[in-house]
Ligand binder design. Structure first.
Ligand code: PLP
Length: 400
């Protein structure tokens, strides 16, 4: 009977968000999800996205099903955002893309493919990482989930030696998830030199890289620079997958737009490979939705809209950098006994405060400040009105 099913409760984001919604205090601060907020705390949509959406609505003549792999021209432009000029690679079948339901959907269909067709059973992902990596792969049949060392929690720095040691011990055909930029939650990215070493190890150990890129352009402020690692792996002749999320890049979270890019050495089997992916998609959701991907296609294929998008997107990245500086300054003034340089050293949407569970709970219960465990802060939930309140509350928490 259904009633025999063990009782569970929400953990992580959903639980924290429910508590935030139920909090009636005017002081409450939402630092939970990775979504962009305006200075007044409201949710922000890029104006160019609104315009492109209206164009899509006006141009829509039918709601016919898309093919399981989605809109090919969208996927091609999505792959171009990652690798630059792909015309020949695309025509040769060495690079191809599948429209997906957000970055999460790209990870899911990639995981299913690796389990079913590459007989992969082990996945490595960073400690710490985005909370869904482990479950997506275990729900897709991976028997072993191993977290490789990534961040030293004492120093809040990359534990590169630990990282290399762990993946060097991985068995052949293990899948290794790599955050291409703007690592979630630590904000710590590898240097180019470190990426070169990782590529060497992966090649030598015959591991399968699975990039996850959800913050392209937000880490360094430059869309191309943030794909350096992906391009390097490609230039090294490594086959890999890359799950791409457009949620943050286009402030289009609930339209669920993503792309799975597949890079292979030879394209001779491209048609049959696509059929394998289509079969996986047919068995999960049949075919993807249209509106969000069409909107992004409109922007990526229209030079005027593209320019508008990239400059307003740069403004978001610049605002994040300003907010980081402001929080660091406020904390240096309030909590002088600790170092806060990591706040401006980290990249992307998140600040990793490295708090204990009870400190996170204290901030929530006594100061109405909400973030997920370990003290991960969505930078854009901060603003010049609440920063000093947040810094004072962190000071109070750390002194308890
Ligand atoms: N990967 C990482 C690292 C993320 O942080 C996120 C979302 O926060 C995703 C994937 C999922 O992206 P989407 O919301 O497009 O499914």
């Amino acid at each position: 009977q259904f009633s025999d099913i063990p009782v569970v409760r929400h953990v992580g984001y959903i639980e924290v968000n429910t508590a935030f919604q139920n909090d009636v205090s005017p002081l409450k601060v939402d630092l939970i999800y990775g979504t962009f907020k305006s200075e007044d705390g409201s949710n922000y949509i890029l104006p160019v996205v609104k315009r492109a959406e209206n164009m899509v609505v006006n141009d829509t003549l039918s709601h016919d099903y898309l093919s399981p792999a989605g809109i090919e021209s969208f996927s091609k432009l999505a792959c171009r955002l990652l690798l630059g000029d792909i015309e020949n690679l695309w025509n040769d079948g060495k690079v191809f893309g599948i429209q997906s339901i957000g970055g999460t959907g790209a990870l899911k269909i990639g995981a299913e493919f690796l389990a079913q067709h590459m007989n992969c059973t082990t996945v490595y992902y960073p400690d710490p990482s985005w909370e869904m990596h482990g479950s997506i792969f275990s729900f897709s049949g991976f028997q072993k989930k191993i977290q490789y060392r990534y961040m030293n929690r004492e120093t809040i720095e990359i534990d590169f030696e630990g990282f290399c040691e762990d993946i060097s011990n991985a068995s052949v055909d293990s899948v290794v998830i790599l955050h291409a930029c703007g690592h979630n939650p630590s904000g710590l990215d590898l240097s180019k030199e470190q990426w070169r070493t990782v590529a060497e190890i992966m090649k030598e150990r015959k591991l399968i890289p699975f990039f996850d890129i959800a913050y392209q352009g937000i880490a360094s402020g430059d869309i191309e620079e943030d794909t350096w690692a992906v391009r390097h792996f490609h230039s090294e002749g490594i086959e890999f997958l890359c799950a791409q999320s457009f949620s943050k890049m286009f402030t289009i979270y609930n339209e669920r737009v993503g792309n799975l890019m597949i890079v292979q050495k030879s394209g001779h089997n491209i048609e049959s490979l696509k059929i394998h992916f289509e079969r996986i998609i047919r068995s999960i959701y049949s075919s993807p939705p249209n509106h969000g991907a069409r909107t992004i296609l409109q922007i990526l294929s229209n030079p005027k809209l593209y320019d508008e998008w990239s400059s307003s997107f740069k403004a978001i990245a610049a605002r994040i950098i300003e907010l980081r500086k402001a929080l660091r300054k406020a904390l240096e003034e309030e909590v002088a006994f600790k170092k806060w340089n990591h706040i401006t050293d980290q990249k992307g949407m998140f600040i990793f405060l490295n708090l204990t569970d009870s400190q996170v709970e204290y901030l929530r219960n006594f100061h109405h400040i909400y973030m997920i465990n370990c003290g991960r802060v969505n930078v854009s939930g901060l603003n010049f009105t609440n920063i000093s309140y947040v810094a004072k509350a962190i000071n109070d928490t750390l002194r308890k």
